[in-house]
Write a protein that binds this ligand. Structure first.
Ligand code: NM2
Length: 523
């Protein structure tokens, strides 16, 4: 155990912030929840525009970079082979960035839009149905994936091109903040990122645990209780801690591959045994609707809401802004992780690969799982909405699955899949948290005990909140915890452009004067 490798200021500061949230929330749960809710409303009500600008800006920026000279830069020396084949790469990327929440929202998001559609449309009308089938895909589509991809650029660049064995957000900001990366500003950046990720993980667990609990209840009949949910959290933690401990080339990779195979089976099953024609047509039509309306959806802030007397839907705050905030808190982590697994690819391959595979994966979930539920509702085979409004979303998800043939097999499989999905996000998250709270890596990996430490730390906040009955407060934890991350994102984009353009210019000058060139520019 090499304690000198730990970045103590970052490590301690992050824990201090975590406990300064956990302790007051434990002592004063109601007042704490009220403060958090007010902060959420304040941020989404006043700064929503920042999130939407960031989302759209990130997509445009990435498309620009991919097709510019900077996009041809190879991550590694000219002859470096890709460290992972494309299947494993895409599987790891998807499994890291997407957790159990896609099973939750993929199945049920349409039901919320159907009852509370955007743009002042009448609830449960035909227009509402069309938007209900499209909006989920949009919230998990190219803009969301652009938020994920943006931080990967500077991080991968410094790690493989400038060959710094450090996986830290502060390190990736160095071209802009210079020597301050080593001082308190650098620590602050890393701590804010860690705090954001803990918030994002809280949102994930607050949604995922009750759903897994409903699945377990359905399979073995144990009623959903606090104790049972706590055991579920602990089992999940044990799984992802073990996977993180065994590292990227073993646990994390094996679990990600397994995850993708299982999920492909589930999706294929629902597609074939569900209403295949309806699913295909609705998915295709929704994609067209999104392409047609992407700017409208990506910029809709319901400005009239600030006019007194206007009956606001709050759709942008509740959905698009909340979603972008949630993607943003995860983004530096996914960026760090994507960077770590992308050795041997070019910036363009990494960027377009993430955008395309990520979006496609999410389209499959929403297209197949979501439209299956929608079909049940519209064909009146099962009243999903009625069931959801009475028993809650988690129970409705399991009830939808119960309509499938051999549901005695599908529901346990779905439950196990949710656990694996959660584990494959949290194993990489604890791996990356350990990397960030370390001064440097040994053999490309953070210390093992350190990974385990963060695995359990990820669980502290949700566990505490669950016992004081605040799991709902945590569902929006991403928003407050993630606000500062918006600025870190901008810093990261700037940093990448500055460093890579500087290096490209140096190379061009070196060519002109026939002196040495940089090794890593592939052409
Ligand atoms: N995102 C993709 O809970 C999860 O599935 C992890 C969630 C940010 C909405 C990520």
């Amino acid at each position: 155990m090499n304690k000198r490798l730990i970045d103590w200021p970052t490590f301690i500061f992050a824990l201090v912030i975590l406990f300064s949230v956990v302790i007051p929330l434990t002592l004063f749960p109601e007042a704490g929840a009220a403060v958090i809710n007010q902060a959420n409303e304040f941020i989404t009500g006043n700064f929503g525009i920042l999130y939407l600008l960031l989302g759209l800006g990130a997509l445009i920026f990435l498309l620009y970079v991919s097709f510019s000279k900077n996009g041809n830069i190879k991550l590694g020396a000219r002859n470096t082979k890709k460290e992972f084949g494309t299947f494993s790469w895409a599987a790891m990327l998807f499994s890291a960035g997407i957790g159990s929440s896609i099973l939750y929202w993929g199945m049920i998001e349409w039901a919320y839009y159907y009852q509370g559609p955007p743009f002042g449309i009448t609830p449960e009308s035909e227009e509402a149905i069309n938007w209900a089938a499209s909006y989920g895909m949009f919230h998990w589509g190219p803009i969301a994936w652009a938020l994920y991809t943006l931080p990967a650029l500077p991080i991968a660049y410094f790690y493989y091109v400038r060959k710094k064995p450090i996986l830290k957000i502060s390190e990736a900001s160095r071209p802009v903040i210079g020597k301050y990366a080593d001082g308190p500003l650098g620590t602050l950046i890393d701590v804010l990122f860690i705090f954001g990720l803990l918030g994002g993980a809280g949102t994930t667990l607050a949604l995922g645990t009750p759903m897994i609990a409903e699945g377990v209840n359905h399979v073995i009949g144990i009623p959903v209780s606090l104790g049972m949910q706590a055991i579920i959290m602990l089992v999940c933690t044990a799984i992802f801690a073990a996977s993180s401990y065994s590292g990227i080339n073993r646990g994390i990779k094996v679990l990600s591959d397994l995850n993708i195979w299982l999920v492909l089976f589930l999706l294929a099953f629902v597609f074939i045994f569900g209403p295949t024609l309806f699913i295909s047509e609705m998915t295709f039509t929704s994609l067209g609707r999104i392409v047609n309306n992407i700017f409208t959806m990506a910029t809709w802030l319901e400005p009239l809401a600030s006019i007194p007397g206007y009956e606001a839907t709050n759709f942008p705050e509740t959905w698009t802004i909340f979603y972008w905030a949630w993607w943003v808190v995860y983004a530096p982590f996914v960026g760090l992780f994507v960077a770590r697994i992308s050795r041997g690819r070019t910036i363009k391959e990494m960027t377009l690969g993430t955008l395309i595979y990520g979006t496609l994966g999410c389209v499959l979930f929403f297209g197949i799982l979501g439209n299956y539920g929608l079909y049940l509702q519209l064909s009146q085979s099962f009243d999903v909405i009625g069931f959801m409004n009475e028993y809650g979303a988690s129970a409705a998800i399991i009830a939808i699955l119960d309509q499938l043939p051999i549901s005695w097999f599908i529901i346990p499989m779905f439950t196990v899949l949710a656990i694996i999905f959660l584990a494959t996000t949290f194993d990489s998250a604890s791996y990356i948290l350990a990397a960030v709270a370390q001064k440097r890596l040994i053999g490309g990996e953070p210390l093992r005990w350190h990974r385990i430490f963060w695995a359990f730390t990820l669980m502290i906040l949700p566990m505490v909140l669950m016992f004081i009955g605040g799991l709902e407060t945590l569902q929006t934890a991403s928003i407050v915890a993630g606000f500062p991350v918006i600025f870190i994102m901008i810093l990261l984009a700037w940093s990448f452009m500055r460093a890579s353009t500087e290096d490209l210019n140096k190379q061009r000058d070196a060519r002109k004067s026939n002196s040495i060139t940089i090794d890593n520019i592939d052409r």
